[in-house]
Ligand binder design. Structure first.
Ligand code: NAD
Ligand code: MN
Length: 480
């Protein structure tokens, strides 16, 4: 067995190639349609090996100011004057170019962030293209989207995104902003800047006018400079609840519009009348998809008491077949944990789970030696007060609890500070309606999980955020 084999090792390795395109050794900042040198640079690594892939510019005050100035100029002189049909043409072009370079984007995303190639290839890149296509269609129809109103763009938008869906989050942010006539300064996450920078190359290929989208790389300080800049009209942030709260405080009284997409602690609720095998597959997908680096991950399972034993046994059996390892291998189910910091956060919460008395289960087998890895993990015997039940772990860790009645499931499921998503598994339509109306969550899936579509608004209740992205609600967030 090689170091990359895990549990079964029963498939021959099928690594996706990375030799059909290049990743530059160094990327400058993308400002005003040009690549602009930064005063310093930082490295981005491949979390499956912890080897350096490339270095990218660290945007400080001067560069952030420059980017906002470029976005303002592009807004005043070009983008706000174009017709919706013209803006739509650029968005269509971007979507098509992204499809043409799909493989390059998928491989880059997997190398920079650690997610399995199967996901970046089949989910991240196609959905990102779908967001550009969808919003291309709206660009010249905004009056029909909001009858009786004369929709106006807001101006310059500052956007900050996380590392779990780097390209997809960039598409969620940029496509509606441009469709509505705004210009953008986007800051990708510091561990996963590469697909946003490649997107900038693609904007150049699409002939997008200079300054309409600017990409500044850096960490939290760069994000802070961007959201607090006085010439930004709207802030769109996706990331942790802690940073979201800090941003909301700093924006108070500024008059800036904002949307915040924050953390989650979704409940998957499975009733005894559900199609059990399908539900088990959905629960596995809900929490182990993208190593659990998903704000809407089904990180809590509520299983009706009468079926708890067989469901847990089936979950363990299925987990035993999951392949953890090389993210570029097409057989891989669970890739690398995005960063050393995230790995230590996961380990700390898992240790707290054990200390507080929950019972841990992990499959046999080893993990690759190099890189950041965590085994798919189940906890049973969890109490509502346990940290693993209350706090977002953002890793492949499922906290399992039981319930007897639908009301008990609802009460327990709603008992967290979050409210982003949820799932219900049952054969009964009446139970679906009871649970979906009772769950305080922005998105609730029934007999499925983690399904996304550009037409469908996404966002949270309570500490999971303010505002929606996608669909008409998402468009409205970029219009006056
Ligand atoms: P994070 O909040 O630390 O970072 C997110 C982004 O904000 C990064 O680009 C980071 O550089 C930047 N940032 C950090 N401090 C900042 C500050 N003070 N001002 C401005 N920008 C700042 O989050 P993370 O740990 O990188 O990402 C994981 C979190 O994101 C999880 O909590 C997850 O639930 C959440 N998330 C939510 C959604 C959603 O749609 N609701 C989607 C993906 C991720
Ligand atoms: Mn990286």
């Amino acid at each position: 067995m090689s170091a990359h084999d895990f549990i079964t090792g029963s498939y021959a390795p099928a690594p996706e190639g990375a030799d059909h395109f290049s990743i530059k050794d160094r990327y400058d900042l993308f400002i005003g349609g040009k690549w602009v040198k930064a005063s310093s640079y930082f490295q981005t690594t491949n979390p499956a090996t912890n080897e350096v892939i490339s270095e990218v510019g660290l945007a400080g005050k001067k560069e952030v100011n420059q980017a906002i100035k470029a976005a303002r100029k592009a807004y005043d002189e070009v983008w706000s004057k174009l017709s919706g049909a013209e803006r739509g043409k650029y968005l269509f072009r971007i979507a098509r170019l992204l499809q043409e370079r799909a493989r390059e984007f998928a491989v880059t995303e997997t190398m920079d962030g650690g997610k399995p190639i199967r996901e970046s290839r089949d989910i991240d890149v196609p959905l990102a293209a779908a967001h550009f296509f969808y919003h291309a269609g709206w660009a010249d129809k905004l009056e029909y989207a909001f009858p009786g109103k004369t929709p106006q763009p807001l101006g310059v938008v500052g956007q900050v995104i996380p590392w779990n869906f780097p390209l997809l989050m960039a598409a969620w942010k940029i496509a509606p902003a441009l469709a509505c006539g705004n210009t953008v300064v986007l800051k990708p996450a510091e561990t996963t800047p590469l697909t946003a920078l490649k997107l900038a190359e693609l904007f150049q290929d699409a002939g997008l006018p200079a300054g309409v989208v600017n990409i500044v790389t850096g960490a939290g300080e760069t994000g802070e400079l961007l959201v607090n800049h006085p010439d930004v009209d709207k802030v769109a942030f996706t990331g942790s609840t802690g940073v979201g709260k800090a941003i909301q405080r700093s924006l108070a009284g500024s008059g800036k519009r904002f949307t915040l997409e924050l953390g989650g602690k979704a409940a998957n609720i499975i009733f005894e009348d559900a199609a059990i095998n399908e539900a088990v597959e959905g629960i596995i997908n809900g929490i182990f998809f993208n190593q659990g680096h998903v704000c809407c991950a089904g990180s809590r399972l509520f299983v009706q008491e009468s079926i708890a034993t067989p469901v847990i046994r089936k979950l363990q059996k299925r987990i035993g077949t999951l392949k953890v390892g090389d993210p570029l291998d097409k057989n891989t189910d669970i890739g690398a944990i995005n960063s050393r910091e995230q790995l230590s956060r996961i380990k700390a919460l898992v240790a707290a789970g054990k200390e507080e008395g929950a019972e841990i289960w992990q499959p046999d087998g080893g993990l690759p030696r190099k890189g950041n890895w965590f085994k798919p993990t189940l906890f049973t015997g969890c109490a509502q007060s346990h940290r693993i039940v209350q706090e977002e772990i953002f890793g492949p860790v499922l906290a399992i609890q039981t319930f007897r009645t639908p009301q008990e499931a609802l009460d327990k499921a709603n008992n967290t500070p979050y409210g982003l998503s949820g799932g219900v598994w049952t054969d009964k339509g009446s139970k679906i309606f009871k649970m979906t109306t009772g769950l305080k969550a922005g998105v609730v899936w029934a007999n499925t999980f983690n399904k996304f579509d550009p037409t469908s608004p996404f966002g949270g209740y309570k500490e999971s955020g303010i505002g929606r992205e996608g669909g008409l609600h998402g468009l409205a967030a970029y219009l006056a």
